[in-house]
Design a protein around this ligand. Structure first.
Ligand code: ADP
Ligand code: MG
Length: 679
């Protein structure tokens, strides 16, 4: 076997399994080797049957006394029930719909079982436990891999065990120097212990090494990409004579101090003749759009075109309407571009963009597609930056332009992280809300008060307001104790029979979502039951109340974003967090939400509270998905990796040397098609 062989070489992997593995992005044996567990199960300590406790996963070793029956019907399912005992007691082991398993057990033989005991009519049962006769693959610290349909944990473990001998052949992307300087363990040691750790300490060493590898890959990739879009490169200088005061004066309100400061910083960049790369961070409702408009006004008055890109069609349209209105009186033409436009309409717009009849184009990602040509694009603004990654910035550059770039986000990124992610990006912060904003009254409540909460919502609806209701799931899972969007939508439709309720969720087609959002915007829908699709930037000023169901399942940053959907108009607004049971963390989150509306404070607290499993979504920040690293947790490793990345690129800016080919391949793999690295 060779590490570059296809997974089909493995025993038990046919076309079907190959296809399933591909879904996990595993094509070759090397991919499999680099596919790390997401967790581990410590099965080193076997438990005696008398010591089993409800809900506490455990390994037992016991003798199958007899199969009580393999003919029980449970509903229409066949049931296999075994009695298993050791010298301390007996427990029932149950498999549903698994008659075929009956042949796996022989009465009188000992087996190892692993599972979570559950209470059934006052007695503990093991339902669908993993089992094995073989102590080797059933004991120790076992890896838990992320899976996909058609592949079981057992299979994955077996395949990993089958390729152990290849660990020593995996390509090492680190030089001896780097390994020594950073006191890392060897790659084969790391691989062995990440998949089959013998003890915690070795697992930690392995993790550190592999996290280092991944973060070095990330950093080198980012640096390499940015070599192309460096700050301070020569760019377009906007003229000092293009005064933005007329535009500012035409706004219906005076700018806040923070907006002014931010505008000043942007103007300085734009007049400098160096390419601007600036991130504007401002909490929900802080007035980022006005700042963007002023920058675009500057571009147009300097004789250039400007583009504003939003992550969704509905947001883009909203911007188009607002911005179109504001610029009408300044005789500046604003166009719209999106993927779902009629071809004829699109053609006309592209033509007008190319010949300069359109000054400002607002739209979705359609703006940066290859068929779009500008006459003289001078400024690109992206709203809600987290969907707009380094790769797109590179793509813009590849279009042969070197425009100024302004990125706006309401996702508060803790300072520490911002530095890492945007290293070369300048950051402006709008840390002040326009005057007169009313605080959104926030309350957490338990299930028992849900009714009262919806009574309150009804009063708001009767007064002409609109409401959002957010749930974490689309449909009932039947397992989790979570109220699904479908269920809640049904309930509320009958409860609020005088008002119109609609459902929107992420699995719907974009066009359908846009249509629903648009009618909510127009006030034709009163109650919008939604999954988190509404999180980003949507602006419906008449909405005055948001209810978040199963709020314990959302992170703080998310809750804050969701809450920001209300309180956008003149109406006093309310946010209800309905908690189902309260863990300590959920409770603390509730307290923070009740007491603060400061996005930056909330983001910092979020970082402190984040428990395992709530991985910091890198996609949100336009970075590739990381396998093993968590940027929020591994800042120190990142720091070291960054230093090494710099050294590598200083010596070999294009990654051409033989020893850097492994790293180079790994970069391409990490960033995928997302990034055309101009190396
Ligand atoms: P966000 O930063 O979330 O994108 P917006 O730009 O959508 O915020 O602004 C939110 C609301 O605040 C808009 O209705 C806008 O007209 C208003 N606004 C913006 N700046 C000011 C200001 N300086 N004074 C009063 N209202 C403002
Ligand atoms: Mg906005």
């Amino acid at each position: 076997m060779d590490i570059r062989d296809k997974v089909a070489k493995l025993k038990g992997v046919g076309p079907k399994k190959s296809e399933a593995l591909e879904k996990l992005n595993i094509h070759t044996l090397e991919d499999l080797i680099l596919f790390f567990p997401r967790d581990y199960e410590d099965r080193r300590n076997k438990v005696k049957i008398c010591d089993l406790r409800e809900d506490r996963p455990a390994v037992i070793k016991g003798k199958v006394e007899r199969a009580v029956s393999d003919r029980y019907k449970y509903g229409r399912k066949q049931l296999l029930k075994l009695l298993v005992s050791d010298d301390t007691g007996t427990i029932e082991v149950v498999f549903f719909n698994a008659k075929y398993l009956a042949a796996s057990f022989k009465a009188g033989h000992e087996y190892i079982f692993y599972g979570k005991p559950q209470m059934n009519f006052g007695r503990l049962q093991l339902v669908h436990p993993e089992f094995s006769r073989n102590e080797d693959t059933a004991e120790g610290i076992l890896p838990v891999y992320p899976l996909t349909k058609g592949i079981s944990q057992k299979e994955m473990r077996q395949w990993q065990a089958d390729i152990k001998s290849l660990y020593s052949k995996a390509e090492d992307i680190l030089s001896k120097d780097i390994i020594e300087r950073n006191r890392l363990c060897s790659l084969s040691y790391a691989l062995k212990n990440i998949h089959f750790p013998q003890e915690k300490q070795k697992l930690l060493e392995a993790k550190y090494r592999l996290i280092f590898d991944e973060l070095l890959t990330l950093q080198t990739g980012l640096f390499a990409a940015r070599q192309n879009i460096k700050n301070g490169e020569n760019g377009i200088a906007f003229t000092k004579d293009a005064d933005v005061i007329p535009y500012i004066d035409s706004l219906p309100y005076p700018l806040t101090g923070a907006q002014k400061r931010c505008v000043d910083q942007i103007m300085e960049d734009l007049e400098s003749g160096k390419v601007m790369n600036r991130l504007v961070q401002g909490d929900v409702g802080s007035g980022k759009t006005a700042v963007a408009e002023i920058a675009m006004y500057k571009a147009v008055k300097s004789g250039y075109q400007a583009a504003l890109m939003a992550p969704t069609e509905i947001l883009a349209r909203q911007h188009f309407e607002g911005i179109g209105n504001s610029f009408k009186k300044h005789d500046i033409s604003v166009g719209f571009l999106s993927g779902s436009m009629k071809a004829s309409e699109k053609r006309a717009t592209l033509e007008r963009l190319k010949n300069g009849e359109i000054d400002i184009i607002v739209g979705t990602h359609a703006i940066i597609q290859p068929d779009v040509e500008f006459k003289n694009l001078g400024l690109v603004i992206t709203d809600e930056q987290h969907r707009f990654g380094v790769s797109q910035r590179v793509r813009l550059k590849e279009k042969g332009q070197n425009p100024n770039i302004l990125v706006m986000t309401a996702t508060p990124i803790p300072r520490t992280l911002a530095v890492v992610l945007y290293g070369d990006l300048d950051v402006s912060v709008i840390d002040e809300l326009p005057p007169g904003r009313q605080k959104i009254q926030t309350r957490t409540l338990g299930q028992e008060n849900r009714n009262k909460c919806y009574d309150f919502v009804e009063k708001q609806l009767d007064a002409g307001r609109q409401a959002y209701v957010v749930t974490p799931l689309i449909e009932d899972s039947g397992v989790l104790d979570v109220r699904s969007a479908e269920l809640v939508a049904q309930e509320l439709s009958s409860r609020f029979s005088n008002h119109k309720t609609a459902l929107i969720h992420g699995a719907m087609k974009q066009a359908e979502k846009d249509e629903i959002m648009a009618s909510f915007y127009r006030g034709e829908i009163d109650v919008l039951v939604a999954t988190v699709v509404i999180e980003v930037g949507i602006n419906v000023p008449n909405a005055s109340v948001i209810v978040i169901e199963n709020a314990e399942r959302f992170g703080l940053a998310q809750l804050h974003q969701l809450r920001g959907r209300v309180g956008r108009g003149k109406h006093k607004s309310y946010c209800f967090l309905v908690m189902n049971g309260t863990s300590e963390v959920a409770q603390r989150r509730g307290e923070i939400m009740e007491s603060s509306s400061d996005g930056f404070y909330i983001a910092e607290e979020d970082l402190k509270l984040r428990g395992p499993g709530e991985i910091f979504g890198t996609r949100q920040h336009g970075l590739p998905d990381l396998n093993i690293s968590d940027l929020a947790k591994h800042l120190d490793v990142l720091d070291n990796a960054k230093k090494e990345a710099r050294l590598i690129l200083t010596e070999d800016p294009m990654l051409r040397s033989v020893e850097n080919q492994g790293l180079r391949r790994r970069i391409v793999k990490l960033f995928g098609d997302d990034m055309t690295l101009d190396l």
